[in-house]
Design a protein around this ligand. Structure first.
Ligand code: CA
Length: 409
């Protein structure tokens, strides 16, 4: 960039001028405002729009207390907003006007960045699906017959998607181990995580229309981190034949920052080689640019790194997930969230769930404090972070999604 950088951030900042992720913040009990993370600050974009005399339509979108109006406005508006905000933080002419709109990150409270419309969770990692197949169906084919023909998913509970930092109350419910004669009710004994990447839908579609693979980027605004908390004992007893229900719906945590897809240009890669020819509506072999994303995740348990799942290894891409999710004519709404499913790589220390990391509890993790974990204990804190390549050797940061387990009520 040739312009002088008035609000310079270090080259290694995860929130440099090429990222500019959106979130919703407040200060000292004040109203919620739309912000963009920049270095160690949050830019109040509504205030910056007013201070710089931005066009009325753009200013209106940025002055909203949620990302949803901008989401709904579609890609031309997303580009216009990104260009304006980039200029505000990099061009000398805006320094005096924009400077007062930067709030130190330590002074803000971050909220859910968008109102979640519908929530869908996929199962797009071959390594994760195969590991669970080996754990639950030993001796059988690890993958179900449909797995390589369609991205498997289910509809989750949008109303219990919570922002990072929200305590997660240990869920109670029905469970029955195979050896037990009857089900019992009580707090989950096998509370787990699923480290995932979430995609935030912007531009809506009318009922009856599908989104073609090549049009995915018209509808996907950006990316966040997701922890799909999972009670494995509740899940195991309830999931046949209709899939996940109460073992998942008690809470799903998301990171407070939504990284625009436009910030991930340098992270785009070919998905891994696939050995099954997809039906034409899922065939992305000639898609340019490719929709694989080189996002490197890290999972920490009580501050101790336990896994580094590679999103680059995912079998199905976000464009294929979106094409499949709408192929029956189901409409999209601004604020729809679809998540990738657990991100797991080929190696043990790249698995994104405790059930895989501990092989269903048989090989507990050893933590530096001398304790071991098969599944989560009350008071445990899980933090998922991620970065992706940016231009000129920079890293695009996703911030973090964190949550601590509270005792059952
Ligand atoms: Ca999941």
């Amino acid at each position: 960039m040739n312009a002088v950088t008035p609000f310079a951030v270090p080259q290694d900042s995860p929130f440099g001028p090429d990222n500019l992720p959106y979130g919703v913040f407040s200060t000292a009990g004040g109203p919620r405002r739309l912000g963009v993370a920049y270095g160690d600050h949050v830019l109040d974009v509504g205030a910056a729009a007013r201070a710089t005399g931005a066009a009325g339509e753009l200013a209106g979108l940025l002055e909203a207390p949620s990302l949803n109006p901008l989401l709904e406005a579609g890609r031309p508006a997303w580009r216009q907003a990104r260009a304006a905000i980039t200029a505000w933080v990099t061009a000398e002419e805006h320094r005096a006007a924009v400077g007062p709109c930067l709030v130190p990150r330590g002074e803000v409270t971050l909220h859910l960045p968008f109102e979640v419309a519908d929530y869908v969770d996929f199962y797009a990692s071959e390594h994760h699906a195969a590991n669970l197949g080996r754990i639950f169906r030993p001796g059988a084919e690890p993958l179900t017959p449909n797995w390589k023909h369609l991205p498997i998913g289910y509809h989750g509970r949008a109303g219990t998607v919570v922002v990072s930092g929200t305590p997660v109350v240990r869920p109670s419910g029905q469970r029955k181990a195979p050896a037990e004669p009857a089900p019992s009710y009580g707090p989950s004994q096998r509370l787990d995580i699923e480290a995932e990447v979430g995609f935030v839908v912007g531009a809506p579609t009318p009922l009856g229309e599908r989104v073609e693979l090549r049009d995915a980027d018209r509808h996907v605004f950006g990316v966040c981190l997701v922890n799909d908390w999972s009670a494995r004992d509740l899940q195991a007893w309830e999931y046949v034949p209709l899939g996940p229900f109460l073992g998942k719906s008690f809470a799903t945590s998301v990171s407070p920052w939504v990284v625009p897809l436009d910030a991930l240009t340098h992270a785009r890669i070919e998905p891994p080689a696939r050995d099954t020819e997809p039906l034409p509506y899922l065939d992305d072999r000639s898609a340019r640019p490719p929709s694989g994303l080189d996002i490197a995740l890290e999972v920490r348990l009580n501050g101790h790194p336990v896994s580094r799942p590679p999103f680059a290894a995912m079998y199905w891409t976000y464009a294929q997930m979106l094409a499949h999710m709408t192929v029956n004519g189901a409409s999209l709404r601004a604020g729809d969230l679809f998540a990738s499913g657990t991100v797991s790589g080929p190696d043990r220390d790249t698995r994104g769930a405790l059930i895989e990391l501990t092989w269903n509890g048989e090989q507990p993790l050893e933590l530096p404090d001398g304790t071991t974990r098969a599944f989560l204990q009350d008071g445990d804190e899980i933090t998922i972070t991620a970065t992706a390549p940016g231009p000129n050797g920079t890293r695009i940061g996703f911030g973090e999604v964190t949550g601590r387990i509270s005792p059952a009520r």
